[in-house]
Every structure is written in structure tokens, then in C-alpha cells.
Design a protein around this ligand. Structure first.
Ligand SMILES: [Zn+2]
Ligand SMILES: [Zn+2]
Length: 259
């Protein structure tokens, strides 16, 4: 991922509020198309230019061709608000975030997220590296539904990772039960991506704790009841995989002996 600055020069009569609405509208659309990562974009006003700090998945992420239709519309709205075409200045690699997948077109994908990710929730199944969402055909005009799902997943994961957890069981149930609202939505998004992109999309089912650790190592697939244990863990993370149900998962963290 790259850290960059996006600059919006004021070229016509405008006021602060109009400019701010146009910039916010534009960057939000870049987030929903996967061109900008995370959800915060601190923006400074410097003489005649607004400068927003953003993280992007690739150096070429903001090319015109990667824009969604709403993104192109928001780009036009910048001019209406008295702002010039935005200028991108790359500041360098973001050392705090993951590297983008090297594949031009990955064969299969895994939908996976954790609370501290600053990257797309779609990973290449071979390299387990994040895929910029603009490389995938969206189900609607852009990937807003997937981004919003990821935000909720990360918020719940953040809650259950805290030592003094205020909602531990509720958050964990949402994350690890196959039929929770969160996971139903996630699996639906995965199957839409699969159909639209003609590639297998697995859903990573989180597993944190278990009521029966003795049984945890040979548990069955929660979707179809079949044996789904892998001979070797995949990406040092997934011990289970079901091709029928398009699921991958792990031995519950609480049941794994410390190595
Ligand atoms: Zn790959
Ligand atoms: Zn299954």
C-alpha cells in the first residue's frame, strides 16, 4: 500500500463548505470503489489548496479507468465546486499496511478481514495478499456493500479482541456463527463476487473459542456436515476448507496450544 497526498487546488470562486462537501463526496466514492483504503482522510487547508492524506493499494489506483460511475460523477462535481482536477503526490510505501497481491488476475479468492487491516477484504487464495477491489467486477455500481460489511466485521472483531470486553459473547457469536446476520451477509457478498467474476470465492469463518476443545480438531463443516480438515494448514491460518460450502476456517484460537 502507498501513502499519498491528494491535492485539490481552488481555481474559482467557492466557499469552504461547498469545497469540503465536494472533496468528501469524491474521496468517499474512491473508498467505495476500493481505490482508497481505510475510512479516514485527514484534510488540511493550505493557502489555495486542500490536501488530503490517503492510503492507496497501488501507485496507479487513482487512474480514471479505475473510477466507478459514481466516482466519475463526483470527480465532475469538484469542478462545479471551484476545484481543479485533483493532483496525486505519492509519499512512499506505507510500512504499516499489507502488500497488494502480485497477480494480474487471481484464480480464486478468500473473503477475510481482521480488525487491524488497512486493506481490501478480498484476498488472493494463492498468495493470501489483498486484491484492490477495482480489479473485481462489483455487484452494483461499486463495492459499497462490501466496504460497509467489512467496517461492521472489523468493529465487532475490535470489540472481541479487547482485554476488558464490553460485549464479548455477542461480538464473538456474530463473528463465528455461520448463520449470524454478519456472516450471512458476508457469504452473500462472496457468492455475488463469485458469480460476477467467474472465480471461486471462499468465505473465511472466524473461530475464536469452542465449548469442546477435544472435538475442535475434527469438527465438521458447519454448512454441510462433511469432513473438511486440511492435511496441511493453508497460509498458516486455515485448518479447514469446504469446497461445497466455499468456506475456510481455523481450529478455535482458544483450543490451539501455544507454540
Ligand atoms: Zn495472487
Ligand atoms: Zn461444507
Amino acid at each position: 500500500m502507498y501513502l499519498a497526498e491528494l491535492q485539490f487546488k481552488v481555481i474559482a470562486d467557492t466557499d469552504f463548505t461547498r469545497a469540503e462537501i465536494a472533496i468528501r463526496g469524491y474521496i468517499e466514492k474512491l473508498i467505495f470503489s476500493g481505490q482508497v483504503l481505510g475510512r479516514e482522510f485527514p484534510t488540511a487547508w493550505q493557502q489555495d489548496v486542500f490536501s488530503s492524506r490517503i492510503v492507496i493499494p497501488e501507485e496507479q489506483a487513482l487512474l480514471h479507468k479505475h473510477h466507478s460511475t459514481p466516482g466519475l460523477y463526483a470527480l465532475q462535481q469538484l469542478a462545479t465546486a471551484g476545484l481543479a482536477y485533483p493532483q496525486l503526490q505519492l509519499l512512499g510505501m506505507d510500512v504499516m499496511s499489507q502488500h497488494t497481491d502480485p497477480c494480474e488476475h487471481a484464480d480464486n479468492y478468500i473473503l477475510y478481514s481482521r480488525f487491524n487491516d488497512t486493506c481490501s477484504a478480498v484476498r488472493c487464495a494463492e498468495h493470501f495478499a489483498p486484491i484492490p477491489l477495482y480489479k473485481l467486477i462489483p455487484h452494483g455500481v461499486d463495492h459499497e456493500a462490501l466496504i460497509r460489511w467489512q467496517l461492521q466485521f472489523q468493529a465487532l472483531d475490535e470489540i472481541q479482541m479487547q482485554e476488558t470486553r464490553v460485549l464479548r459473547k455477542g461480538a464473538e457469536r456474530s463473528l463465528q456463527q455461520l448463520h449470524s446476520q454478519l456472516n450471512r451477509q458476508g457469504r452473500k457478498l462472496a457468492s455475488q463476487l463469485e458469480r460476477d467474476n467467474n472465480a471461486k470465492v471462499y468465505f473465511a469463518l472466524y473461530s475464536g473459542s469452542s465449548t469442546n476443545c477435544a472435538h475442535e480438531f475434527d469438527k465438521q463443516c458447519p454448512g454441510c456436515g462433511n469432513n473438511w480438515r486440511l492435511p496441511q494448514p493453508l497460509h498458516d491460518l486455515f485448518d479447514f476448507k469446504c469446497d461445497n460450502c466455499r468456506l475456510v476456517s481455523n481450529i478455535a484460537w482458544d483450543c490451539q496450544s501455544p507454540s
